[in-house]
Write a protein that binds this ligand. Sequence first.
Ligand code: TZP
Ligand code: MG
Length: 214
Amino acid sequence: MYNTTYALMYVTDDGITDDTAFFKILEDTLKGGASIIQLREKSCKTISFYNRSLKAKTLCHAYRVPFIINDRIDIALAVDADGVHLGQTDMPYRKARELLGPNKIIGLSVSNTEQAIEAENLKVDYIGISPIFNTVTKTSDLAPSLGIEGLQMIRPLFSKPIICIGGIHQNNVAEIIKNGANGVAIISAISKAQYPEKETKNLKEIICQTGFIQ
Ligand code: TZP
Ligand code: MG
């Protein structure tokens, strides 16, 4: 139904509490060519998360871009999102699959080779290597950066799409794609850019110019 490429995932910035600014950036990144959106809210109340989710899903679908939710399966079900992104300490994958059914996207963060092997056995839809580089956006519950070496070790262990997250910007994105990732997930390089639409366009162009991704 939707273009489900993982090339460029924009992960929303929960530091942006003003809804007008939040949705302006979201629409800018959709215009710029983000291929999937993950709504990530770490501290807001459930009602605010739910309301943002409903509006964000409508916006993403207007651009025919899939919309997934970080962690909160209840909210994903409530708004009929396209899927969820789970961390290692979130709902276990099997239970999430049981709740969401066979057709929703379920991605899992992995921070080492053991977790990648487990994700392969579970047949999750994609994994997010977390973090690939140092980031200032997420400060708690963060494993050491895996770097390109970590990606190279994990790539042969997982057969479905791999995306990388953490500290990604225009100057390091090509290296990640050339080393086997199917895409990248980005917060601050887009949310803090002066022109998020242009920034997204540039990132997408760099990703596509590697020739590794359509
Ligand atoms: N998980 C691992 S790193 C990270 C998350 C949510 C933050 C990524 O943010 P940025 O600004 O793209 O480094
Ligand atoms: Mg989580």
